[in-house]
Design a binder for this molecule. Sequence first.
Ligand code: CMC
Length: 429
Amino acid sequence: MNDFAELRWDGRTVSLPLIEGSAHEKAIDISRLRDQTGLITLDSGYSNTGSCESAITFIDGEKGILRYRGIPIEELAEQSSFVETAYLIIYGKLPTRGEFQHFGDLLTAHELIHEDMKFHFEGFPPNAHPMAMLSSMINSAGCYYPELLAPQESQDFVNETAFILSQVRTIAAFAYRKSRGLPIIYPKPEYSYSANFLHMMFSRPNADIALKPEVVRALDLILLLHADHEQNCSTSTVRMVASSKANLFASVASGVCALWGPLHGGANQAVIEMLEQIHRDGDDGSRFVAAAKDKKSGRRLMGFGHRVYKNYDPRAKIIKRQCDELLAVLNISDPLLDIALRLEQAALNDPYFIERKLYPNVDFYSGIIMRAIGLPLEMFTVIFAIGRMPGWIANYLEVSQKEGGRICRPRQIYVGEPLAPYIPLEQRG
Ligand code: CMC
């Protein structure tokens, strides 16, 4: 293979270096293009732009492959836990027994938020969305621990990482309790990560919830499956903020905001809202599918399609299986699941979706599991945020530890008024 590509225009030729990744994907390095030619590239939505080199997650969207640090998602889903996978994603290797124990101990040590932070929750209106609380409270948490805001002094980041991973779970549960006017439930050191979250969500001050292992496992799996997904909107946001040398708390809090939108993490909430609407309307799904194909309707089949996967999302396969198993164990029959199955079949056989390679994504079935667990709709995207935290942290570290890393600063093609005079106020109509 040539190690450069040639660009010809206007009678000139420039050579651009080719880059090859460890899985043999290829890219043209255009970082010096403007210096050489005065040209920039335009790629709105960045669908064809590699923004970085990263060693964390590999996706082959055509083949439906997802690997964290080289390990297939199917193997991790089968054999690992969220906390172990988080360690893998952040530190690049599976922990030894001792490292795993130490990491778990740190998660426990950091599980309580600063007592004064409870007053911050009081400032939110009763119906504030927990995603709003989550992003601001993560940012606030850093203010209480200034020593964690200067992590470049630390060698391994294990303390900072465990702190954020542990606190995000407590903050999320407290945000929910606050939004429902419920008393706060403190975490218990003897519980696992996911069990503790469910305990803080659903126990009462005078009675602990009886935790079913299948439910704890289902939540843990959802978190694990969301743990990273290379350069998606929120992770790219985290990297962008990190590139300005902002601290870890500010960077991951910005990831929460980016995740909130319905085209990204907010899709899991939007899927259930869509299924509920179809149910309410007595639609068998065909009317909604027809509307989703009509651009003028402004509707999309939520939980379908993906920028990278042009094949079945491997996470959706795992989640669908988990969904069937959990509903059977809990003896739940959910009419929304029946609608989802009908929608999936309708879409998978429809030329519109086939031609555009639109398949169910991770959000299509995760909401049904979260409903079965008893998680309220407004918490769905929060669960996604807790799950994605390891990916955001790992990407933050990759940016902040890269020697000679530069601030992210894309260019633009200006299409506004070329030059306009200032007109004093009294002369304007
Ligand atoms: N329903 C109907 N049509 C769709 C859908 C959909 N869900 N998704 C894409 N299309 C159409 C789109 O209208 C376009 O058609 P045409 O070529 O005729 O203009 C074509 O498919 C390509 O779509 P696109 O908008 O260019 O694709 P994208 O890569 O920019 O967007 C997406 C990806 C995930 C935002 C989009 O598929 C979508 O809006 N899906 C629904 C929301 C969703 O489920 N989001 C969760 C994504 S997975 C988890 C995560 O990353 O957070």
